[in-house]
Design a protein around this ligand. Structure first.
Ligand code: DQA
Length: 146
């Protein structure tokens, strides 16, 4: 099974951006960890990041059409992108799991972070566990697609 690990806006700045909230490790380290975890689980993985909503939507189309599972940290798009929510729905319609991940716990933060428009169209959501959340998400993909 192939998985795309999709990271949204500002996550290219991991390690530099609010390290107290998002940790000191950067995107490259996340990429390395996900590659190792996926390999251990027998999954093919592609770790991506974009600041562009259109690109995120296109990646969902790619997943839906190519029968790829998705692990997604939609970052700020979580809270308002109906376009991304609609696109995520297409992945579920293609019978592939889509796991939503947040490094921080948005429920414990600003009011605007308490709502996710992605959660209703995610297979499941993992929050507040740092990079380890991606490991759990990949395990969920392996479990759900076996
Ligand atoms: C985030 C939480 C979002 O509220 C925020 O906009 C992000 C990162 C997280 O991983 O904790 O950019 O998705």
């Amino acid at each position: 099974v192939k998985v795309i690990v999709v990271n949204g806006p500002n996550l290219g700045r991991l390690g530099v951006r609010q390290p107290d909230v998002y940790g000191k490790q950067d995107l490259e380290q996340l990429r390395r960890l996900c590659t190792q975890w996926a390999q251990d689980l027998g999954l093919g993985v592609d770790v991506r990041q974009t600041d562009d909503e259109a690109q995120m939507v296109q990646w969902m189309h790619e997943a839906a059409e190519g029968q790829k599972a998705v692990v997604m940290n939609p970052a700020a798009f979580t809270h308002y992108s109906y376009a991304l929510a609609d696109a995520a729905h297409m992945v579920l319609d293609a019978d592939m799991p889509l796991i939503e991940v947040h490094i921080s716990n948005p429920a414990a933060r600003d009011e605007f972070r308490k709502r996710s428009v992605i959660s209703p169209v995610a297979t499941g959501t993992i929050t507040g566990l740092g990079f380890f959340g991606y490991k759990l998400a990949l395990e969920a993909v392996a479990e759900l697609t076996k």
